[in-house]
Design a protein. Sequence first.
Lengths: 346, 202, 363
Amino acid sequence: MENNKKNIPEGESPKPAAPKPKPVEKVKKEKPKPQIFLLSSSPHMATVDNVPKIMWTVIAALLPAVTFGVYNFGFSVLLTITASVLAALATEAVVNKMRNKEITVSDGSAVLTGLLLAMTLPPGFPKAYAALGSIFAIGIGKQIFGGLGYNIFNPALLGRAFLQASFSVKMTTWVAPNTIDAITTATPLGSYKFENIMTPYFDLFMGNIGGCIGETSALFILIGGIFLLIKKYADWRIPVSYLGTVIIIGGLFWIIDPSQYPDPVFHLFSGGLLLGAFFMATDMVTSPVTPKGAWIFGFGAGVALVVIRLFGGLPEGVMYSILFMNGFVPLINRYTRPKYFGEIKK
Amino acid sequence: MAKKITLSREFLKGLWDENPVLRMLLGLCPALAVTNSAINGLSMGLAVIFTLVMSSAIISLARNIIPKEVRIPTFIIVIATFVTIADKMLAAYFPDISKALGPFVPLIVVNCIILGRQEAFASKNSVSRAVIDAFGMSIGFTITLTILGSVRELLGVGTIFAVQIMPDSFEPWMVMVLQPGAFLTLGLMIGISNWLNAKRAK
Amino acid sequence: MTKSYRLILVLTMTAILSGLLLSFLNLHTKPLIEAHQNNVLKSALSSVLPNSVKTEEKMIENQQFYFGYDKQNRMNGIAFLAEGNGFQSKLRILVGMDETLTQIVKIKILEQKETPGLGTKIETDPSSKSDSEWFPNQFDNLNVQQSISYVKNQEADKSNGEIMAITGATISSKAVVDIINATLNKNREIIRRNTDLTAVSCPAVAGVSENVIIPNLIAEDSEIIVIEGKSYYINRDNSGKVTRVAFTASGVGFQSRIKVLVCMNPDFSEIQSLRILEQNETPGCGTRIIKDIKNEMGQEWFIKQFNGLKVTQPVTCVEKSPKKSNGEVQAISGATVSSETIVDILNNSIRNYRYSYLKQKAN
């Protein structure tokens, strides 16, 4: 317990962190790893999980998809990823220094943010801008709120939103996989939305398609995602409710008019949905702490995603759907707080 | 009112200690909405200088005539008159700026800075003091808006007052001239000013 | 009592003074503001109708039109305002077109507040070193026989009404195209309905009103016989032998009823000639079924195709290189619906009239 407590003041826990201004007491019974930060009465139980371990495990879970991205789009994306990660680490260190706080570079959270951000960038994206996105993600997205555990929005997605709003043309220029001269192509969602062309399911599943560096292969993301769920470092309710909502609502529209709306399988495997559902929506800091809250969070994000994809101006909506629901997390936490024993309903 | 304050202090307080945007967080609507370029920020500021100084002068002159019960309607009529003058003059002589500022010139009427200064200062002080206070406040407002507009224009377009500053290879950060850029920049500016104040207080 | 008098007095005086001041100001600024607005419109008009020496404003069916005239006072262009919603703001576009409303001369974006740096490229694109107004300039001399469409990441075919969308601002580009298309369609309708206002100097539109002249095909000596409720116009030679049977038939074209007069051999095997008696198709598009001013095969190439056409099998409409022996005619590109309507009218009516006529003859 002593050992774990050291991590608490920085609020680094991706699990419901104690210093978070959230009403987290009493909810831990239902959380996968409730022991660490439980502010309940005794008995307490020590655990070996801590922030660095969780972060590095998540990074490991991302490696299959990253490796496939490098294989698919060539060596240069490795440089993009490196630039993004290094910039994230540097920003973390500099801001820590400025705030006179302990340097938290080695806990892996900055690496994870940089890596996730890079994975959501198009393969040909300039490295300098990738680094800029990381600086924004860590500086504005995380540290300005007070560091890990205090941020409202997923830092990597916030960095991406910044890049999307700043360099929208570069952020939507895609190259075809396995090409030497970077032939531009459209993402499956883009070709569906603007040209009404379907992409074969097998290519979608394997990842032989245009798209962001780390989002194309459903297979490799699933491998990492399921690993995370088994390790219980991600709340299974969030991907289940998020993906389930997309399948159900997307499916309803598909049943209503198959000629106009894509089928749920296409929804599921195209774009960054799987990456978002397993690795971003489940970010422990920016997702609800209660099980009921997790269901609501996933449902809301799913609805937002389908609405953006089918009726919005953009072909893809994973980023905005998750950021949108991030904003609701404090509210969700408040209204799904379990009653303590003996509490009388007001 | 603290009469001991010298006139120069009365002027300077608007620039920093009581800066309407950075310290009092007044008039944020135009500060956020029109500052996508330095020239827009400056022209908005100039319109506010005109309106605030003229209204303050008139209100201060008439402060002993205006009955307490109808002071707010009277202030509003006076302010609205000068705002309309500013709006019409802009439309007649600087149509491009008038187009760029859109509805925000007429909306100066409801800008808290102006009504606030009448209520808190002009209606209780002599004309010279009121005018100096109005100049200080509105110049503080103008400087803040111009800086805000310059930063956004520099990063979002690569120019300041339409003069190319950034090298050709610079890719503009589009977000800075969009609405989020206004919030980001203003937030950081308020943060920096707080930080400077905290440092000075030490 | 004196207190409330004072309240009223102060407020009233303030309001009166303010009102006086503002009225004087208005006297001074109003002409300036109006002159400015007029200048904006004037310079915009002269840029979208560069060949006109004078323009005339006309309100037709609540829609403002600006007709441009050349030195001989002939109408040589029509301009109108197109308004609609873009990505995030209202767009106002002044569209200058030729007098037949089939070709855009130039457009000018009068008002837009799209996303700076992206959607604003519909007006100017500072990032393009060669031509900062490349997007609006694409509309120069754009052929719009039907409607404008946009393409992405490929060369646009200007003769086919295509323009290239702005990368990263597809929605704004699409909005410009949609707004112009919608307004153009509406305005074509209005111009067509009010043809006599403009007919004198508007050839394609004038063609519409020409169709009321029934050709002298039905000779005065032709007799009318009625078989099973159908009217036949019969012509005989001196020996009394039937040389020609004619009848009228109609159907719904692209946007109007089309009525034709069909003259046939007495055995109904061949069309002698075809005339269109009535139509109100899209000026410059569908109206080419009677008059195609721009075709080198002659203005009436379409209906002339039917002269001597064998109709022992149904007539078909093909896109190009028709075989007359197979009963094929060529459709007007850009007016396929109107062309096909005529073929359908023919096929249906010939079958019908042939059956009744031959049955009667056999008896």
